[in-house]
Design a protein around this ligand. Structure first.
Ligand SMILES: Cc1ncc(COP(=O)(O)O)c(C=O)c1O
Length: 419
């Protein structure tokens, strides 16, 4: 008679373990840093001790009560109900690509739909483009301060980031003469973040033109991060590509900021019409194939976003202007703090006149522990730690911001007296 095995009995195999050493992690992990999220670990400890933490570290408007427009939510719901829940084309669905091409073109930067890729946010677009265009020997010019994703991705790729300085004394404009001097035969690209995170700046036409001229002169590609392009307080900021539609420019944007849907992870890139970028289009397409596609139902909201009602942006820009004004006025009234007034987006980068030997990280951590106010230290964006910069996300309600800046004022007075 055949005996059936009792399924509850597990067969275990004795494995000899020769080592208790941790599984090694890659060397690149030590070069990869993302201060905006890293600092949250300390905030959680402070919270666990009973202090209310005011999270001014992440630029997520939804977390501060700004609502995703209803017609965009309806478009995603409809797409799901209509069964668009499978994989999509790796470059994105045609209606979304066409709407993005139309949007770029209407802003003076002509892009055809076959040179548009729909991605998991601007973040994935940046990752795909850098992976497609630079190798270990390359150098990429990145603003200082920078949005840290650029340096993180470049570190992952083993590529060198070279910082060009942006100058707070000139409204955080890039120092184009210094930038010119940083170009070497290995330079491949200039990252231009305009409007800017973390500084809240937007550049003059003369500065934008100078950046394009330098890039064209040296055969470089401009990676134009325009994710805050609709959030200039005076109205949408033109794409840098409108100044020279034939320059080698790749522009990025997304639904995250101006369409109030960062969690959808839906963004795009438009690769300019310059024939110098034809190989780049093919290289990006290859990289995009490798990750199959970006989230499909959300792509069905892109055309509605770009062609539909944008009245939420008028309200949002007015709310941002009010907060930027409070931020600049309150911070500049604190002895020892100076702050360039932002002109777009929802970030400011004040400077604290630190005593010699002190770092921005020490200041930010001390502020967090004493008051629960969580900002990100400037060195997390590539600034020298002794310069005393920190980045503030000013999306909180005006009254909350006033309370927060009072806490910052009281703390800074004590800190600067004490240290
Ligand atoms: C300058 C800049 N680029 C890119 C991103 C990433 O945005 P997304 O949500 O589109 O990936 C951000 C997000 O804060 C940003 O500030």
């Amino acid at each position: 008679m055949m005996r059936t095995r009792d399924p509850t009995i597990r067969l275990t195999v004795a494995i000899t373990r020769s080592s208790s050493a941790p599984v090694p992690v890659a060397g690149r992990i030590h070069r990869f840093s993302y201060a905006i999220r890293n600092i949250v670990a300390e905030a959680k400890r402070v919270e666990a001790q009973g202090t209310r933490v005011r999270y001014l570290n992440i630029g997520d408007p939804v977390a501060f009560g700004f609502k995703t427009p209803a017609h965009l939510i309806a478009a995603v719901e409809r797409a799901m109900r209509d069964g668009h829940n499978g994989y999509g084309p790796s470059a994105g669905i045609a209606p979304a690509r066409e709407a993005v091409a139309e949007e770029f073109t209407s802003r003076g930067f002509p892009v055809s739909a076959d040179r548009v890729f729909i991605t998991a946010g601007t973040s994935e677009a940046i990752d795909l483009v850098l992976a497609a265009l630079v190798d270990e020997q390359s150098e990429v010019l990145v603003p200082m301060p920078t949005y840290p994703l650029y340096t993180a991705v470049l570190a992952k790729l083993g590529t060198r980031a070279r910082f060009y300085r942006c100058d707070p004394a000139r409204g955080w404009a890039p120092d184009v003469d210094e930038l010119r001097g940083l170009i070497t035969p290995s330079t491949r690209a200039i990252v231009v973040i305009d409007p800017n995170n973390p500084t809240g700046a937007s550049y003059s036409i003369a500065t934008r033109r100078a950046l394009l001229e330098i890039a064209e002169e040296h055969g470089l590609v401009v990676l134009a991060d325009e994710v805050y392009g609709d959030l200039g307080y005076d109205g949408p900021v033109p794409s840098i590509g409108s100044l020279d539609p034939d320059a080698a420019i790749i522009s990025f944007s997304s639904m995250s900021k101006a369409y109030l849907a960062p969690g959808w992870r839906t963004g795009w890139m438009g690769i300019g019409r310059s024939p110098r970028l034809n190989d780049a289009v093919a290289a990006v397409a290859k990289m995009a194939d490798g990750r199959l596609c970006s989230t499909l139902p959300m792509q069905y909201a892109v055309a509605d976003a770009l062609r539909g009602d944008r009245s939420h942006q008028i309200t949002f820009r007015a709310a941002l202007l009010e907060r930027a004004t409070i931020t600049a006025e309150r911070l500049n009234a604190i002895p020892g703090i100076s702050c360039v007034r932002p002109v777009a987006g929802f970030y400011a980068m004040p400077k604290v006149a630190l005593p010699p030997g002190r770092t921005d990280e020490e200041f930010v951590l001390a502020l967090l522990r004493a008051t629960g106010v969580l900002c990100v230290y400037g060195s997390g964006f590539g600034m020298p730690a002794g310069d005393g910069f920190m980045r503030i996300v000013f999306l909180a309600a005006p009254d909350d911001l006033r309370d927060i800046y009072q806490l910052v004022a009281d703390f800074t007075r004590d800190y600067l007296q004490r240290e």
